[in-house]
Design a binder for this molecule. Structure first.
Ligand SMILES: Cc1cc2nc3c(=O)[nH]c(=O)nc-3n(C[C@H](O)[C@H](O)[C@H](O)COP(=O)(O)O)c2cc1C
Length: 184
């Protein structure tokens, strides 16, 4: 059976709509999953590298779950890459620990998804903006299984009950897509 590791990078998951809804909806699919809430474990940014590497070794699929911050992942996930994906572990001629594991990026954005296009408000596609993750997967011998994104998760929508219902439905569909992609 497939084992998933969710590396959850949200600085305040209790206040979250997007990431919290995705995770709660995903849990209903009962997939063997470890939830790695890095902001809760490492509020001081001092990451236990060996513990995180052990979690990676046990997983078949790694899901990076986060809200987009400044067109990238929140800072603790960036630090997690810097610390955990060591040369000789994740990459380099002796670094094959992640070989043939799969990587999925699962993210939410404040802007609606149709703003992510050339000439749009966000100017670049999410495919463009996640190229760094794709290449991280390549370098670490992980199979890149693309991103899943839900947009329009912003304070304006959170105060509009009708629009919020639509976004919550999108987030639940996001969770189902994620579960289907994990459980191939
Ligand atoms: C510091 C910061 C940077 C952000 N940068 C972006 C961004 O680059 N693009 C975007 O669409 N939304 C951006 N947002 C909005 C968040 O992506 C949005 O609030 C989040 O996805 C909602 O998910 P949540 O309900 O789980 O917090 C940013 C929010 C913060 C706080």
């Amino acid at each position: 059976m497939t084992k998933a590791l969710f590396v959850i990078a949200h600085p305040n998951i209790e206040q979250s709509t997007g990431n919290k809804t995705i995770i709660e909806a995903y849990k209903k699919f009962n997939i063997d999953t470890e939830y790695d809430e890095i902001y809760k474990l490492y509020p001081d940014y001092k990451i236990d590298v060996k513990a995180e590497q052990e979690k990676l070794l046990k997983a078949d699929v790694v899901v990076l779950q986060f809200p987009m911050y400044w067109y990238n992942a929140p800072s603790l996930l960036r630090k997690w890459f810097e610390d955990v994906l060591e040369h000789g572990f994740a990459y380099g001629s002796q670094g094959k620990a992640l070989k043939d594991k799969r990587l999925i990026v699962s993210l939410t954005t404040g802007a609606p998804l149709d703003a992510f296009k050339e000439g749009g408000f966000q100017n670049f596609t999410i495919d463009d903006l996640t190229k760094g993750f794709h290449q991280l997967a390549n370098l670490c011998s992980l199979t890149w299984e693309d991103f899943i994104a839900t947009g329009g998760v912003n304070p304006f929508v959170k105060n509009q009950p009708e629009q919020l219902k639509v976004v919550i439905e999108d987030l639940k569909k996001h969770a189902k897509l994620l579960a289907d992609r994990i459980n191939v």
